[in-house]
Ligand binder design. Structure first.
Ligand SMILES: *Cc1c(COP(=O)(O)O)cnc(C)c1O
Length: 423
């Protein structure tokens, strides 16, 4: 339900953060409640059999033209008020036509790819990837007859094309999937260059570009504006932001999102009303949280940058003009975000001593929440990657990942300082 009228004052469009408390919901629908209630219900009662028939027709054949008043609530695996309002609000940040939410980030990624790929198709993807995505691509999709071909994050399009050609199936390119910035290295891939290449490459059959925007979005990077067809999030991270909900999001054109929503209905990967309600609450403070985290991360990264016990710090705010990644950053990122990884001098023993010494930072996977977290990618989130490949991607025993929260930056630095002193 596009609440178009409520988006404007005197013809001027309001910014997303001004709409996160109200867009898509009217208190008169729920006894004047200022907040949308949790519609904890599995099914919805039809006024008549004719109405039920019309709702099914419109939900399962969105392609057939029909008046919008014939669409309505049926069953919570298909639609639910908390999810519909959430989806409307999420479209605002990325200026997307449509949105669909899932029970996890992995549910979003797997549903999107199962919808877009046919058996025999090639999936081209950036590397490194989040560990769960890497496993899906390398161990599960091949069982459905898909070939997956990786390219190094940030490489020129000629190298992407070479990787595809040497796979021997260059006529079967199905989808391009990009995770930028990449988890855990922060390496960037050029969204615009890849989108333009994909369009040139696939004149007859349109190849779609999907971008996992979990690390910077939806505040600091908007892939749809740079030519991507779909944006995917683990909403467990910044969108949820309080480490208390698992969820995923996919945004894009109404046409493609309708296809993905249909498969979501039949795979049963949609989010439940309680997750939807928690995310609505989270969205109200999204900008506040992400802005605070981004500022804190700069203080922390500045402290880490010249620390004698560290060899290398991966932080987008410290890219230098000479770094080819800097050009990509300038083109598509609005701020450096709040993810940092670094190499500690030594190896696993030194990394573990550091991790075990932290007091304010919690040792846990996940990211983007209000509390600062740290983990050891090669033995935790990225433990299942091919050992040789991951060293090539820079994911070594020395690497530690930080997600910066909303604490006082001096306290975060104090904790890092004492933990590094212990190494
Ligand atoms: C966490 C994460 C995912 C997976 O999301 P879940 O909500 O845990 O299923 C996907 N991509 C990235 C970049 C992530 O950090």
């Amino acid at each position: 339900m596009d609440d178009h009228a409520h988006k404007f004052i005197k013809g001027k469009q309001l910014r997303p953060e001004s709409l996160m408390m109200s867009y898509g919901y009217r208190p008169e629908w729920s006894e004047g409640a200022i907040k949308i209630p949790i519609f904890q219900t599995s099914t919805f009662v039809f006024k008549s059999a004719e109405e039920g028939k019309a709702y099914f027709e419109s939900a399962l054949h969105p392609d057939r033209d029909q008046p919008s008043e014939e669409s309505g609530l049926i069953y919570s695996r298909l639609n639910n008020p908390d999810l519909e309002v959430l989806e409307d609000r999420l479209t605002l940040w990325d200026e997307a036509e449509a949105c669909t939410v899932f029970e996890s980030g992995m549910a979003a990624i797997s549903t999107v790819l199962l919808e877009l790929l046919n058996p025999g198709d090639v999936l081209l993807h950036s590397e490194p990837l989040y560990g769960g995505t890497d496993y899906l691509f390398k161990h599960i999709l091949p069982r459905f007859g898909n070939k997956t071909v990786g390219f190094k994050a940030g490489c020129p399009v000629e190298e992407i094309e070479d990787a595809l050609v040497s796979s021997g199936a260059s006529d079967r390119l199905g989808v391009i999937f990009m995770e930028t910035p990449a988890n855990p290295t922060n390496s960037l891939s050029d969204i615009r260059a890849c989108a333009d290449w994909a369009r040139r490459y696939s004149e007859e059959r349109r190849v779609l570009l999907a971008v996992d925007n979990t690390f910077l979005g939806p505040l600091w990077q908007h892939p749809l504006k740079h030519g991507a067809d779909l944006v995917i999030y683990s909403a467990t991270k910044f969108i949820g932001g309080h480490s208390d909900v698992i969820a995923g999001v996919c945004l894009g054109s109404a046409e493609v999102v309708a296809r993905i929503r249909m498969l979501r209905t039949f795979l049963g990967t949609s989010a439940g009303p309680w997750s939807g309600w928690l995310l609505l609450r989270s969205l109200e403070t999204l900008k506040l949280r992400m802005t605070c985290q981004m500022k804190n991360a700069r203080y922390v990264a500045d402290f880490l940058a010249d620390h004698p016990k560290l060899e290398k710090v991966n932080y987008l705010g410290h890219l230098t003009e000479e770094d080819p990644q800097h050009g990509i950053y300038r083109k598509q990122c609005l701020a450096p975000g709040s993810m940092i990884s670094f190499d500690i001098a030594g190896g696993e023993a030194e990394a573990f001593r550091f991790l075990n010494s932290l007091q304010l930072f919690k040792l846990a996977v996940s990211l983007g929440g209000t509390e600062s977290l740290t983990e050891h990618p090669t033995t935790m989130t990225h433990s299942e990657l091919d050992p040789d490949e991951k060293v090539g991607m820079g994911i070594t025993e020395k690497m530690v990942r930080l997600s910066i929260g909303v604490e006082h930056p001096n306290d975060l630095i104090l904790d890092l300082e004492q933990a590094l002193d212990n190494v």
